[in-house]
Design a binder for this molecule. Structure first.
Ligand SMILES: NC(=O)c1ccc[n+]([C@@H]2O[C@H](COP(=O)([O-])OP(=O)(O)OC[C@H]3O[C@@H](n4cnc5c(N)ncnc54)[C@H](OP(=O)(O)O)[C@@H]3O)[C@@H](O)[C@H]2O)c1
Length: 217
């Protein structure tokens, strides 16, 4: 089963959701698009060559097999609380970085030093929902700038406990214009979230090719 046999949705039509939407359209990936502002989602979809169908969040949750939830951590938690059992059986893709601004305008981690939002969110999902951490390792501008890189694709790391769910998200990463590299299970999410060693702004500190990524993990 590949992602082309599944219904994909992006929830959240902001900075990251909007860039993913553009990349997916370039990659020929059809998807449902649901934002909190339907007009903004419709505007975004108008430039996506018919690849995006604008729907409500309710409809996206009801119809999609794979939900990319491109919202901030607190909103993500609220969505899980709101939809609960409706998420069972679905692949939930988590790009969130557990950060917020400090008093100097820099980012700081808003959860414990050793915690990851991937693990926290996975623990909130109902049984049967499978979380895959992906699309949060690069900054939003890099998500656009490094997509479809030639001659060798740039890497997006992902973390998954479930092989089949991970494979679907690897397909989505390819549709996003990147090369997928799995870092391990969801317990490795911390490495690919902001302040993790494999994050674009972490010890790795840059966009990498597959061979560089494999050497780093
Ligand atoms: N920005 C980056 O460089 C970057 C890079 C990697 C990962 N991330 C992560 O990606 C996530 C999104 O970041 P972002 O920069 O895209 O934020 P953003 O530009 O603020 O976009 C978030 C979007 O989610 C929408 N939203 C919030 N609650 C919603 C709900 N219940 N249903 C539907 N839409 C909802 C917001 O709409 P309203 O504003 O109308 O509420 C907003 O359009 C965050 O977890 C962040 O940590 C960000």
């Amino acid at each position: 089963m590949t992602v082309s046999d599944r219904t994909v949705a992006i929830i959240g039509a902001g900075n990251v959701g909007g860039r993913l939407a553009k990349n997916f359209a370039t990659g020929g990936q059809d998807f449902l698009l649901a934002g909190s502002d339907p007009e903004a989602a419709r505007k975004l979809a108008a430039d996506l060559d018919g690849h995006a169908e604008v729907v409500t969040v309710d409809e996206a949750v009801a119809r999609a097999d794979v939900l990319v939830i491109a919202v901030w951590l607190d909103s993500f938690k609220q969505l899980i609380a709101q939809y609960g059992e409706q998420l069972a059986g679905k692949v939930i893709v988590d790009p969130s970085n557990p950060v917020g601004p400090d008093s100097d305008g820099n980012y700081r981690k808003v959860i414990g030093e050793q915690e990851s939002s991937g693990q926290i969110l996975a623990g909130l999902l109902p049984a049967g929902a499978r979380l895959v951490k992906a699309f949060g390792t690069l900054s939003a501008p890099t998500l656009s700038a490094a997509a479809w890189r030639e001659p060798e694709r740039a890497v997006q790391f992902y973390a998954a406990d479930d092989d089949a769910a991970g494979d679907l998200v690897a397909d989505l990463i390819r549709a996003d214009g990147f090369e997928p590299v799995r870092v391990g299970g969801v317990d490795q999410s911390i490495r690919i979230e902001m302040f993790g060693d494999l994050h674009e702004y972490g010890a790795l500190g840059r966009v990498v090719t597959k061979s560089e990524a494999l050497a780093a993990i």
